[in-house]
Design a protein around this ligand. Structure first.
Ligand SMILES: [Zn+2]
Length: 148
């Protein structure tokens, strides 16, 4: 039984399970009606996102991972939460586990200390968030190239 779970987690970690990624792509298509100007950040962790059909305003709390819409109230990852993720880059606790960090966490769960480093689980696609991190590191270490 343990081997069964290890195999399933390994499949997920190695990116061969597309369910979470496809779900996030669906959310991305559904937020086509929104622009960054439509979303208001009223608190560190609270965003106001308008509804697509009624124009009603929903409150997304990114630290709790919930929304005041019908789906979000029940704990689902709704398109309003997705909008905050895509427009502001905020990660929510209940979002689909598609980031290298979440895959690495699963790898640690499955393989313990034999888990590969987080860089192994990086996306093979060009990822702007990783580029930003690299830029930031370069900025923080301005003498890096001079010492070489
Ligand atoms: Zn919602």
């Amino acid at each position: 039984m343990e081997q069964y779970y290890i195999r399933r987690i390994r499949k997920f970690c190695n990116g061969r399970c597309n369910v979470a990624r496809l779900f996030l792509n669906t959310i991305k298509r559904k937020i086509g009606y929104l622009a960054v100007e439509n979303i208001k950040n009223i608190d560190n962790s609270v965003f106001i996102v308008p509804s697509e059909k009624t124009g009603e305003l929903y409150e997304v709390n990114i630290s709790l991972g919930c929304c005041t819409c019908e789906n979000g109230r029940l704990g689902s990852f709704c398109k309003h939460q997705g909008a905050v993720y895509f427009f502001y880059g905020e990660k929510l606790p209940n979002m689909p586990p598609v980031t290298p960090e979440s895959r690495h966490s699963m790898a640690i769960l499955a393989f313990g200390e034999n888990a590969l480093p987080i860089s192994f689980y990086d996306s093979l696609e060009c990822n702007p968030s990783i580029e930003k991190t690299e830029d930031k590191n370069t900025f923080n270490n301005p003498y890096e190239y001079q010492n070489v």
